[in-house]
Design a protein around this ligand. Structure first.
Ligand code: HEC
Ligand code: HEC
Ligand code: HEC
Length: 420
């Protein structure tokens, strides 16, 4: 982008827009706003995309691969030349909520502005004050995004926005409690949970952007990794949802895949009140067929067969040799330490990529304030062949009360190719 042109544009529009950002603020109000804005940036997880390890916070440069090419996040520190130091509050609001830059060009939706469209004016104000006054300016210059034609044409995004984005503000759910509505607000706007948890349409658009639509949060897929539905979460209590978002684990499951970063940078920093609001809202949504309930007979049959260790199938034998020490013959693991495999979302997902990836590469929980230990599961890529992983995964998906389709060795080979 031509910064010179951009600056003169800002100079000429500053008079028009100045009234928004030039409100006089008292020092203590400002300190309060900065703190609030910092918290809101955690809710919005701005850090995850706009920061790189070892570089100054918010200096940008993260490469985001999309189906149209690699898009680099930008420097959003208040540096006047390399960052957003010249943005007025109105320009900041338009970039974050509408994906419109000060020169009128459009951002790619790798920046989740279709969700951020619902951020309230008050929250935008606090975010603006934080990014202008609470963040250190950095002269870091991230690489330019250079997509091939036709996606290099940013004006094309105008039509995308027209077709798919929405500029409707957040609308509270009538009749729901204040807590549920606080959760709805976070999830629909700053939390941008739908950017991964809502299925995508033909234009890579999220098929729904708010609670009024049954497709909202109905589950999707990210680089083939199944992203579960969040509607109702019938297999978890409200407290189990809170624990998972706060620490990356609860008494049944442990986080994996892209959700690990969401927990590390965003939800583990949320207040108890906000975590409870999110959980209450997800419970309130409902509308999701519950997973098949635990099947006690099937559970006991698998447990008895593994315990007797006679006439085992290849999958059962591989499980006893490699997994049983931690996840046990019951498939129940140990609460808070080894996750449960019976009825686990990742095990029963229709796309088994996440399960295969976990077996091959292992898994590590994020280290967060409330649960600092980093528990790890070793990877088995070096020890098990594609065929063995397929037989093992098939057993797990059909053992105990699980019932999901078999896994083929070709599916394993595909996932193995993606490992670093
Ligand atoms: C999922 C990744 C992601 C998240 C989360 C994210 N951004 Fe972005 N953001 C991007 C990308 C990528 C771009 C550049 C897009 C482009 O070049 O079209 C961008 C661009 C921007 C811009 C325009 C900057 C410029 O170049 O002038 C602003 C302002 C911005 N983001 C602010 C924020 C804020 C504030 C948050 C948190 C509330 C946030 N972003 C969260 C990915 C993200
Ligand atoms: C960058 C993509 C991404 C974003 C953004 C995201 N999630 Fe997730 N989420 C995932 C993936 C992937 C999984 C599956 C994790 C696994 O397989 O272990 C997941 C799993 C979950 C689960 C576990 C569900 C289950 O049945 O196992 C919950 C709860 C959850 N996410 C809540 C949220 C909330 C609330 C937000 C918004 C604050 C959010 N997620 C934002 C990608 C994302
Ligand atoms: C040394 C103990 C250990 C062994 C052996 C082990 N695991 Fe794990 N497993 C863990 C831990 C700890 C986690 C949670 C780590 C995380 O997700 O951060 C985990 C996570 C998982 C998950 C994700 C569960 C969820 O809720 O998302 C699956 C699936 C899994 N293991 C399957 C297996 C299979 C199959 C084997 C055998 C090939 C195996 N594990 C062997 C300790 C172990």
């Amino acid at each position: 982008m031509n910064k010179l042109k951009l600056n003169s544009f800002i100079a000429s529009s500053a008079l028009l827009l100045g009234s928004l950002s030039a409100l006089p603020v008292h020092a203590e109000d400002e300190a309060q706003l900065i703190k609030q804005g910092e918290y809101l940036s955690r809710l919005g997880d701005c850090m995850a995309c706009h920061s790189l390890p070892g570089k100054p916070d918010y200096a940008g440069g993260l490469a985001i691969t999309s189906n149209i090419g690699t898009i680099f996040s930008t420097n959003i520190t208040p540096d006047k030349q390399h960052g957003i130091g010249n943005y007025s509050e109105q320009q900041f609001a338009d970039a974050v909520r509408k994906g419109i830059l000060p020169d009128g060009s459009r951002l790619y939706p790798a920046m989740p502005y279709p969700d951020y469209a619902r951020i309230s004016d008050a929250d935008i104000h606090a975010l603006y004050v934080y990014f202008m006054k609470g963040v250190q300016p950095s002269a870091e210059q991230p690489p330019e995004t250079d997509l091939s034609f036709p996606f290099s044409q940013r004006w094309g995004m105008r039509f995308w926005n027209w077709a798919f984005a929405s500029d409707k503000p957040f609308r509270p759910i009538g009749g729901a409690s204040a807590e549920v509505n606080r959760g709805a607000y976070i999830v629909e706007s700053l939390g941008h949970c739908g950017s991964c948890h809502t299925p995508r349409g033909l234009g890579m658009n999220e098929k729904a952007l708010d609670s009024g639509d049954e497709q909202f949060l109905a589950g999707g897929s990210l680089n083939h990794w199944a992203v579960p539905s969040l509607r109702g979460l019938p297999h978890w209590s409200q407290q189990e949802i809170v624990d998972y978002l706060q620490t990356g684990r609860n008494d049944k499951a442990a986080v994996g895949g892209e959700m690990t970063s969401v927990i590390e940078h965003s939800s583990s920093h949320m207040t108890d009140a906000d975590l409870n609001a999110i959980a209450a809202y997800l419970k309130f949504l409902g509308g999701n067929p519950p997973l098949q309930a635990y099947n006690v007979q099937a559970q006991q049959a698998t447990e008895a067969k593994l315990t007797a260790a006679k006439n085992l199938s290849e999958g059962e034998r591989l499980y006893l040799d490699n997994c049983g020490a931690c996840h046990f013959v019951t498939g129940k693991g140990a609460p808070g330490v080894f996750p449960e495999l019976d009825q686990a979302t990742i095990v029963n997902a229709s796309d088994p990529t996440g399960l295969i990836h976990t077996i091959l590469a292992g898994a590590q929980q994020p280290s967060v304030a409330k649960a600092p230990s980093k528990l790890a599961m070793p990877g088995f890529a070096g020890r098990l062949s594609d065929d063995e992983v397929a037989q093992l995964a098939t057993f797990i998906r059909q053992g105990w009360s699980n019932s999901a389709p078999a896994v083929s060795k070709d599916q394993v080979a595909e996932v193995r190719k993606t490992l670093k």
